[in-house]
Design a protein around this ligand. Structure first.
Ligand code: GSH
Length: 227
C-alpha cells in the first residue's frame, strides 16, 4: 500500500509527480495548511514537523520530499531517474536536489509574508524585497548555466521533479519571462504525461488568491517606521 499525505501545490507534489512517473498505484490523503488538519497527533506521528509530504510505502513511513524522491528512485532503479554514485551527472544531480530547497525555502518565506499572515500589515516590505531579489538571483543563476533540455545533460531525472516546487511557485513573485531558458524548460517538463496526470490529482489549492504578488513599496524614511 502506498499513501501520499499531500497539500495541493505543496512540496508533496514532487512525490505525486514521481509516483506517476513510476506508474505506481497510490492513495492520497489531502490536507490544508490553513485548516489545522495537519496539527493532529496522527499526522505528527507520520511527519515530526507536521509538514507534507509524508509517504506510507509498503509498511514504512518516510518524510522530507528529497529523501522520499531518492528512496523511491532507489526502490525503482529501472526508471533511471537518479544517477548512481560514479555517474557523470551524479554531482550535478545532488547539487540540484539540494539547490531546489534553496529556491523552495525562498518561496516558502515569501508565502509566509504575502499569503499566510492573518494581518497583512505584519508583513515586512524590506524582507519581501530582499527575499524576492534572492529568489530572482537563484533562478537567474540556473537560467545562465542551463545548457541542456533538462537540468542534467543526461536528461530528465528526479532533480527536475525536485526543482519543480520552488520553480513553479516562483511565478507568483517574480516575472518568469525574464528567464528564457527556464521558461522553455518549464514548457518541456509540463508536456510530460506523468506531470499532467499528477496535476489532475493535485487538488484545489487554497494558498494564492491572485496571479502575482508584487514587492510592496519600501518606506525608507525612518519617521514612517514609528507609531
Ligand atoms: N524540507 C521539507 C519541507 C516540507 C514543508 O515545509 N512542507 C510544507 C508544504 S510545501 C508544509 O507542510 N507546511 C506546513 C506548515 O508549515 O505548517 C520537505 O522538503 O519535505
Amino acid at each position: 500500500m502506498i499513501r501520499l499525505h499531500h497539500v495541493p501545490l505543496g512540496r508533496s507534489f514532487r512525490v505525486m509527480w514521481l509516483l506517476e512517473e513510476l506508474g505506481l498505484d497510490y492513495e492520497v490523503a489531502y490536507y490544508s495548511i490553513r485548516d489545522g488538519s495537519m496539527r493532529t497527533p496522527e499526522f505528527y506521528a507520520l511527519s515530526p514537523a507536521g509538514r507534507v509530504p509524508a509517504l506510507e510505502y509498503h509498511g514504512e513511513t518516510w518524510f522530507e520530499s528529497g529523501a522520499i524522491l531518492q528512496l523511491l528512485c532507489e526502490h525503482h532503479p529501472e526508471a533511471g531517474l537518479q544517477p548512481a554514485p560514479g555517474d557523470a551527472d551524479r554531482a550535478l544531480y545532488l547539487e540540484m536536489m539540494h539547490y531546489s530547497e534553496t529556491v523552495g525555502s525562498l518561496v516558502e518565506n515569501l508565502n509566509l509574508n504575502h499569503v499566510f499572515l492573518h494581518n497583512p500589515a505584519d508583513a515586512s516590505p524590506v524582507v519581501i524585497k530582499l527575499l524576492t531579489a534572492r529568489l530572482r538571483a537563484a533562478l537567474a543563476a540556473i537560467d545562465r548555466r542551463m545548457g541542456s533540455d533538462m537540468l542534467l545533460p543526461s536528461g530528465f531525472s528526479a532533480a527536475d521533479i525536485m526543482f519543480s516546487y520552488g520553480f513553479e511557485l516562483a511565478r507568483y513573485y517574480v516575472e518568469m519571462e525574464q528567464f528564457p531558458k527556464l521558461w522553455a524548460y518549464w514548457d518541456r517538463f509540463k508536456a510530460r504525461e506523468a506531470y499532467q496526470r499528477a496535476k489532475a490529482r493535485d487538488g484545489e489549492q487554497d494558498l494564492y488568491d491572485r496571479d502575482f504578488y508584487p514587492v510592496p513599496e519600501v518606506k525608507r524614511d525612518p519617521s514612517e517606521w514609528k507609531g
